[in-house]
Design a protein around this ligand. Structure first.
Ligand code: BGC
Length: 916
């Protein structure tokens, strides 16, 4: 049964304002809601402080129906508030029987091995007078762009989005009432290859989901007199091709304006020369309304500079590495071809560089029709990751007026902002957000520029918390998790990329083996390795368990745990089976072979399979990363998963399971200690990431923990505060150091301008790099094979800036920021830091500054209907006042309700500012 969930944000002038009860009403019109007549559902007064994820519990909802609703609340003293403004939701087509359309393919001759011109489909239809409401429900194999009577329908891009197409195809709904009229109307649709049959993935393969583009749509019209009409995709449509000669996600778009056919999407166009369409088998059972948010043009960036490079190229610098495309203006003779190549950086000599894009050509080409008018071009079925554009063939001088960067990504609301007194750290924080923008384009990808752009699970796993802070990603990630569930294999294994483009692995391998040239072959080898050799890699596959948990924490959404629970458990069962493979005994000290406990522990010591490891740790190549990490990383994540499954089971009231996972956690932890941890605190292997991850997953015995943390801190100090970890370790190291009393070391890591995060910033990065040293100090690059300048994984430090530096934390026991933990840890020479977060309950802020007279001023904002515990930094727990009143602390903290607070705290004599 479909039960939408409702939520509301409360505001109040008072402090400590809480909701004590609510009442929700739902009706079919605003009028009946106002008059409280014919209500569909009235919740009645519910005595509760729940104001998020309130489930609709009225009668069954109907297809295409719009439901209006409002809410009224009572505050903590029983005071009744006014009714809220009216809001609404509208249902899509809920049943396969609601669809009357056919899936239609244009009957065009095509070569399936290469990009072909984009098909255009059209049809005309008659409508009566008095249209009250019209909705277009539409989807496609490939991408679509729809037009009605010459007007573009909606502003969504890359529709219907990238899902596990075999199991789920999204359709979009558009209110097109205003686009239709009495008499003859026309609808036109352009199709593009997109993810469906264009080049995708690290294997750079075409036709991954199918070889033919197709359209499926239904237009439902309701007239004022109550009668209805519909127009569907069927065999009455006509098809042809037009100006888009090629459109490919990786390679770019070729547009020949000379081939434009004016009026093709308007009534009265002569389509007699057009081809027919072929209806094909299709089951609407796999159709689903989008769970995520649409991709849109979000902002525009004007060029910063036009450069003439030493090689004589004309290159435009946008000043920001971004994802999207260029809108170009030009005027010139008919047939003039303008080529635009996209790149992220200039090479050591200052010339245009795009070798790191590997096989992705990322080239748009526009051919002018040569009217005297200025012509404007913008691609639509491709996107590029770039900062620099090399222009060739431009008629006349290229000026900053000729083009604009159009930034394209999923239209996610920005929720979090961080800033502090160090400009480099602020730039880092901006770079993190830009990498999220650049890689949250319908699916969360590793990078937006080269022939890869896939939903790598590990990258999202480490970045999930940061992502939730920066933007409202609740529905975006829920959608991705549905794909993960759809792609999860029968044995519970989770593919390393979601959507998993290669469900038919054998067929895929066969196709790869047919590759002809060396360049293509190296890609194929990488793909085969990632697909067949490394399966459900530790730290990657675990996204199935850790990402739902992150969502639950940030949004208080139990339903995400409910809907992913079986998927989470299936992955864990897969690990359990794998862990029982005893291959690892070879590594165990032979003296231990004869102990019974060794064999007991081996069942929980997970070393089977190959894993990416602490990916891209300095000095580790692929082979080293895989081999070194095998002995500890899988067991760490195995334990962490057990712990999270335990907590998730508790949250879901599944007590039997909760006990099982807790026991598993303890056993895995014991095995980890038995094989890898010494009483001295030494962990094997003696690497930063081994200590970091063991501390993060709480795998050490109490007395050893402190020693291990000390060894980690010592190791970082000895290494000149240079980070030694890759994707997995880097996302936790600073937090782990802070938590164990080494905030000073964490800050040194952050502030080190010669390596890691601030090194990139100093080198001019505007997004997060894939490698710590993607550009070396002498300007040379890391290998071009893996050289992305827009990879968010190392941006997972954003969570630490937010949580430890500025101090906004969620309380695990009351997720969704129902109870907030404010715990800033000043340090690193910062004199000021601030984070604000527009949580599902409302705005949270934590801002601290150090004054010349040794005070810490902490300003806190707590939303209505939530509470917070504010922990004052240890060195500032003297003479604390708030609003002129002195404040008593319990365990260094004070509990507060909603409202704005300013705490004045004096520094303890001799205190060290960076210790917790
Ligand atoms: C991707 C990564 C990914 C990795 C797996 C790379 O090619 O770009 O971000 O996690 O492979 O190790």
């Amino acid at each position: 049964m479909i039960q939408p969930r409702l939520y509301w944000k409360l505001s109040s002038e008072k402090r400590n304002a809480m909701q004590s009860a609510y009442r929700v009403q739902v009706a079919l019109s605003e009028e009946s809601l106002r008059n409280e007549e014919d209500l569909v559902w009235d919740s009645g007064r519910q005595e509760t402080d729940q104001s998020i994820h309130v489930e609709y519990r009225g009668p069954l909802l109907e297809s295409r129906q719009r439901y209006y609703w409002r809410v009224r609340v009572w505050d903590e003293s029983g005071q009744e508030a006014d009714w809220s403004d009216t809001a609404f939701w509208e249902m899509g087509l809920l049943h396969p029987r609601d669809w009357k359309a056919r899936m239609i393919q244009p009957d065009l001759v095509e070569d399936r091995e290469k990009s072909e011109p984009c098909p255009m489909l059209r049809r005309e239809f008659e409508l009566k007078d008095g249209i009250e409401k019209a909705r277009l429900y539409i989807t496609s194999h490939g991408l679509y762009e729809a037009w009605i009577n010459g007007k573009h329908v909606g502003d969504e891009l890359f529709t219907p989005g990238w899902t596990t197409y075999q199991k789920c195809l999204q359709y979009q709904t558009y209110d097109v009432t205003g686009l239709l009229g009495k008499g003859t109307n026309a609808i036109g649709v352009i199709l593009g290859d997109g993810w469906y049959r264009g080049y995708i993935s690290y294997a750079c393969e075409r036709n991954v989901y199918g070889t033919k583009l197709a359209l499926y749509m239904q237009l439902n019209i309701t007239y004022q007199d109550g009668t209805t009409d519909s127009v569907v995709s069927d065999d009455t449509w006509k098809a042809s091709t037009g100006p888009i000669l090629e459109a490919d996600m990786f390679n770019g778009e070729v547009y020949d304006a000379r081939l434009e056919e004016a009026g093709w999407n308007e009534p009265g166009f002569d389509d007699t020369g057009w081809s027919n369409v072929i209806p094909v088998e299709f089951s609407p059972r796999i159709l689903a309304a989008p769970l995520g948010v649409p991709v849109r043009r979000i902002e525009e960036i004007g060029p910063k500079e036009i450069i003439k490079t030493p090689a004589g190229e004309i290159v435009v610098d946008l000043g920001q590495n971004m994802t999207g495309w260029i809108r170009l203006k030009a005027r010139g003779p008919r047939g003039t071809a303008i080529t635009m190549q996209h790149g992220e950086v200039l090479d050591q000599k200052g010339n245009f560089y795009n070798k790191n894009l590997r096989m992705a050509k990322a080239t748009d080409r526009f051919i002018l029709k040569g009217d005297d008018e200025e012509e404007i071009f913008e691609p639509r079925f491709t996107f590029h990751g770039f900062r620099y554009v090399k222009l060739e063939g431009y008629p006349g001088e290229v000026t900053t007026d000729c083009l604009k960067g159009i930034v394209v990504h999923s239209d996610l609301d920005r929720t979090g902002e961080f800033s502090c007194s160090n400009p480099l750290v602020n730039q880092l924080s901006r770079n993190i957000v830009w990498s999220q923008k650049g890689n949250f384009l319908d699916v969360p990808t590793d990078c937006p520029q080269r022939d890869e752009r896939m939903g790598w699970t590990g990258d999202l796993q480490v970045f999930a918390s940061t992502a939730c802070q920066n933007m409202n990603v609740a529905s975006f990630m829920t959608r991705w998790l549905r794909d993960l569930k759809n792609d999860q294999r029968k044995d519970g294994a989770v593919p390393n990329v979601i959507p998993d483009a290669f469900t038919d692995r054998e067929d895929f391998a066969r196709r790869l083996l047919k590759r002809r040239n060396w360049r293509e072959c190296t890609n194929a080898i990488g793909a085969i390795f990632a697909l067949f050799v490394i399966d459900s890699s530790a730290g990657w596959g675990d996204a199935a368990i850790l990402v739902p948990w992150s969502l639950y924490q940030h949004y208080g959404d139990v339903r995400i745990l409910e809907s992913q629970y079986e998927s989470m458990r299936a992955l864990f069962r897969f690990y359990e089976k794998r862990a029982r493979r005893f291959g690892s005994f070879l590594l165990v000290n032979p003296l231990k072979w004869f102990r019974k406990e060794t064999w007991e522990h081996l069942r929980y010591y997970y070393t089977a399979g190959l894993h990416f490891g602490d990916w891209l740790a300095p000095g580790d190549g692929l082979v080293k990363s895989v081999l070194k990490s095998k002995w500890y990383i899988p067991t760490v994540y195995f334990a962490l998963d057990a712990l999270i499954l335990h907590k998730a089971s508790v949250a879901l009231g599944r007590d039997d399971n909760a006990a099982y996972y807790e026991a598993m956690y303890n056993k895995i932890k014991a095995a980890f200690q038995y094989f890898l941890v010494k009483q001295s605190g030494r962990i094997w292997p003696n690497r930063q990431s081994a200590y970091t991850l063991a501390l993060m997953a709480d795998l050490l015995p109490g007395e050893v923990k402190e020693k291990s943390a000390g060894i980690l801190a010592g190791m970082v100090r000895k290494g000149d505060y240079r980070i030694g970890t890759g994707f997995l370790g880097a996302s936790h190291i600073c937090h782990v150091l802070c938590e164990n009393g080494y905030a000073d070391v964490a800050y040194e890591l952050l502030m080190n301008e010669d390596y890691q995060w601030l090194y990139q910033v100093k080198m001019g990065a505007t997004t997060i790099w894939e490698h710590w040293d993607a550009i070396r100090e002498n300007g040379s690059f890391q290998s071009a094979r893996m050289l992305s300048f827009n990879h968010y994984a190392f941006g997972a430090i954003g969570a630490w800036l937010f949580q430890d530096v500025a101090g906004i934390n969620v309380d695990e026991d009351e997720p969704g920021y129902k109870h907030i933990l404010i715990r800033p840890i000043p340090g690193g020479g910062l004199t000021h830091a601030k984070a604000s977060y527009d949580s599902i309950h409302g705005l949270i802020e934590s801002e601290w500054s150090l004054t010349d007279d040794n005070r810490l001023v902490l300003r806190v904002q707590v939303p209505v209907n939530t509470r917070a515990r504010v922990t004052i930094p240890a060195d500032y727990r003297t003479r604390i006042t708030e609003g002129g009143n002195s404040v008593e602390l319990t365990d260094g903290a004070v509990d507060i309700g909603s409202g704005s607070y300013v705490f004045n705290c004096f520094k303890r004599e001799g205190g060290n500012e960076s210790r917790t």
